[in-house]
Design a binder for this molecule. Structure first.
Ligand SMILES: NC(=O)c1ccc[n+]([C@@H]2O[C@H](COP(=O)([O-])OP(=O)(O)OC[C@H]3O[C@@H](n4cnc5c(N)ncnc54)[C@H](OP(=O)(O)O)[C@@H]3O)[C@@H](O)[C@H]2O)c1
Length: 278
């Protein structure tokens, strides 16, 4: 299946659905992991049409990137978009460059499509971090620059400090969590993509019987997960990343992509207050 993309005016684009990898390869360390299952699920996702894989140096203490590297080896590299992230401890100029090189080695690739500052640092000046990001782009080690968990003010500051466009802010956003609505609105007005993480609130959205999701589920003959994912991708400038190692869930999620909720139903979901779930 060809997953649709969203594009910025400079040509940068991301597929509306990408695969998250948090908890594949371990959590904050690599212990207790079913490598074979995780590699298989990443490969299956690619075979089913997923081209955007999201990972981070901190996931599984680097092991997740290794699993992504193993998984993508047998596919054409240029058909894939690999996002990875540098952790906030590594945001000094030389540390970012070294972290990027380690990520490249683990991913077994010569470039990263989208490199994100995972989380802002309270102690390391953003100036030196953005200089390092610009250096990595100049050296073609990364194709595009993004950030994650940045407020609007911090995003604006980062953009002023970089000579390249910051294409993406990856933030926590879903029908139950609109904490960063101001960043979403800013992105929609300023030609920036939002990658929504935790689109299913780690699965908790589906554990609760949310009556509005049930009603729409019947109306569209789609599952509650598909309604929640479709709501996100109906939004201007928003793409999402969802994690699953379960083939049935993956197929279900991909079934959320090539149709659209009616405007009145999007607005009904907009009005929901589900903050108790998050
Ligand atoms: N930038 C950041 O700071 C940040 C923070 C958090 C996450 N992220 C990224 O965003 C990705 C997605 O977020 P997330 O993993 O936290 O949460 P998520 O994608 O909202 O939820 C993942 C959970 O939902 C389950 N799931 C997926 N599809 C399902 C379906 N159709 N029906 C029922 N359960 C389903 C998965 O279980 P199964 O595997 O069993 O399907 C998993 O337990 C992460 O993996 C990571 O790459 C980034």
């Amino acid at each position: 299946m060809k997953i649709p993309s969203k594009k910025l005016s400079n040509g940068f684009s991301l597929p509306v659905y990408g695969l998250g990898t948090w908890l594949m390869g371990g959590s904050f360390s690599a212990e207790k992991n079913d490598d074979k299952r995780n590699v298989n699920s990443i490969k299956t996702a690619i075979e089913l049409g997923v081209t955007h894989i999201d990972t981070a140096e901190i996931y599984g203490k680097g092991h997740t990137e290794e699993l992504v590297g193993l998984s993508i080896k047998s596919f054409q590299r240029s058909s894939l978009t690999i996002t990875t992230k540098v952790w906030s401890d590594n945001l000094k100029y030389n540390d970012i460059i070294a972290a990027c090189q380690r990520s490249l080695n683990r991913l077994q690739t010569s470039y990263i499509d989208l490199y994100l500052i995972h989380h802002p640092s309270n102690t390391i000046p953003l100036e030196e971090s953005m200089l390092a990001m610009d250096y990595l782009k100049k050296k073609a080690l990364i194709k595009d620059i993004g950030v994650s968990n940045f407020t609007v003010d911090l995003f604006k500051k980062a953009q002023l400090l970089s000579s390249n466009k910051i294409c993406v802010n990856q933030i926590h956003y879903n029908i139950a969590n609109r904490e960063h609505q101001d960043m979403v609105s800013y992105a929609q007005q300023n030609d920036i993509l939002i990658t929504a993480y935790r689109p299913l609130e780690k699965g908790f959205l589906l554990d609760k019987d949310i009556s509005e999701l049930q009603v729409l589920s019947k109306k569209y003959n789609k599952t509650p997960a598909q309604i929640a994912l479709n709501w996100l991708i109906c939004k201007k400038n928003i793409v999402l990343i969802a994690k699953t190692v379960n083939i049935k869930h993956l197929q279900e999620n991909i079934g959320a992509l090539i149709w659209k909720l009616e405007e009145k139903d999007i607005e009904m979901l907009d009005r929901l207050n589900l903050t108790s779930i998050t």
